[in-house]
Design a protein. Structure first.
Length: 360
């Protein structure tokens, strides 16, 4: 590792160890990132001048004043994105219909190079744009979506298919434009492997809250008789169901419920027609382990009380502050037996962490 990367990683390690020392966790397991070309997503503003246009980002100074920064290469993004950036911009510049009032370009790629590009405009897109963009898609062998206010034009697909390797098995994931997916695919593979290793000695069925498109659900399903995973966003539910089917997995059911709604259903305080329509009978599950990967806001109080009932809690967190707050509750009934840091976002202050809690 270079000194620069190792230094920022060491700072995160020290910060996490200090922040969670009050819980007396075991030794921190650290999973580093590649130092370059690790982001599978990138978003750029397009800056227009009198005689040029270029990729741009903004920097803010101490007075919150924004400065435009020209981006000609982006070494934290995947090599596919870096190779595509100049080719794409050159072709757009050469075609006024594609360049006119282009505001933003977003990239989503995979480990094997399949790439989806969203072109976002401050104007209505017409048939001439459609023809030009279709040719651009063909020339560069990419997928293109055009967006403007009230418009979304999908030329071929609005997703890419990612393949992640966990242990000896590969899993296929449909990742939808603007849907959530872990941006650092190599670290994501490490996160999935860690979660599966943690689950090796688990018994009973698995409950998963906030399952998204099934990122953790698919590999974890190998270690449990049955899995019930919950997710509220329809697009994520559809992607998760597609992923389950395409991977030939038969012990997972997806319930379209929020964590709060599942708590009400599990406690019997509210009936949900969605569960009946999906033929999901909660009484048929013997949950002993719960897996949670909540949003940055953490877990609400009612859901914390619910998951405190289970023998084991596997908690993946994107926000150490809300994790710390949640652990103040969870460590009243559980002890931390595994503790991990995943450097999903190198060169930023963001930290992903993993905790296994077992009933005291």
């Amino acid at each position: 590792m270079t000194t620069c990367y190792q230094q920022q990683l060491d700072e995160k390690i020290q910060r996490l160890q200090a922040q969670f020392a009050e819980f007396s966790p075991p030794a921190l397991e650290v999973f580093a990132s590649p130092e370059q070309y690790f982001r599978m997503r990138a978003e750029f503003r397009i800056w227009h001048t009198d005689d040029d246009m270029f990729y741009a980002m903004f920097e803010r100074d101490e007075n919150d004043k924004k400065t435009v920064v020209r981006i000609d290469e982006f070494p934290i993004a995947d090599t596919s994105i870096n190779h595509l950036m100049p080719k794409l911009l050159t072709k757009i510049k050469a075609h006024p219909i594609l360049a006119q009032r282009l505001f933003e370009i977003d990239f989503l790629t995979t480990l094997h190079g399949e790439t989806l590009v969203s072109l976002i405009y401050h104007r209505k897109l017409d048939q001439d744009w459609h023809i030009a963009a279709k040719q651009l898609e063909y020339d560069l062998k990419i997928k293109i979506i055009g967006r403007s206010r009230g418009q979304k034009i999908v030329l071929s697909d609005d997703f890419v298919l990612e393949t992640l390797t966990v242990g000896k098995r590969q899993f296929i994931y449909k990742q939808i434009e603007n849907g959530f997916s872990q941006p650092n695919a190599k670290v994501c593979e490490k996160m999935l492997a860690w979660a599966c290793d943690v689950a090796l000695d688990c018994t009973g069925d698995l409950l998963e809250l906030y399952c998204g498109h099934g990122n953790f659900t698919l590999p974890l399903s190998q270690h449990f008789p049955k899995v019930l995973a919950t997710e509220l966003a329809k697009s994520s539910v559809y992607a998760a169901q597609w992923n389950i089917e395409q991977n030939g997995i038969y012990n997972i059911h997806i319930a379209r419920l929020s964590a709060e709604e599942f708590t009400q259903a599990y406690q019997g305080t509210r009936a949900f027609r969605r569960l009946q329509e999906q033929q999901i009978d909660l009484s048929q599950y013997q949950f002993e382990t719960v897996f949670v990967d909540p949003p940055r806001a953490g877990i609400d109080d009612a859901t914390l009380q619910l998951i405190s009932q289970f023998q084991r809690i596997i908690y993946i967190s994107c926000n150490p502050d809300t994790l710390q707050d949640n652990l103040n509750t969870l460590t009243q009934t559980h002890k931390i037996t595994r503790f991990a840091l995943f450097d999903q976002f190198p060169y930023t202050h963001h930290v992903e962490s993993g905790v296994l809690l077992e009933k005291i």
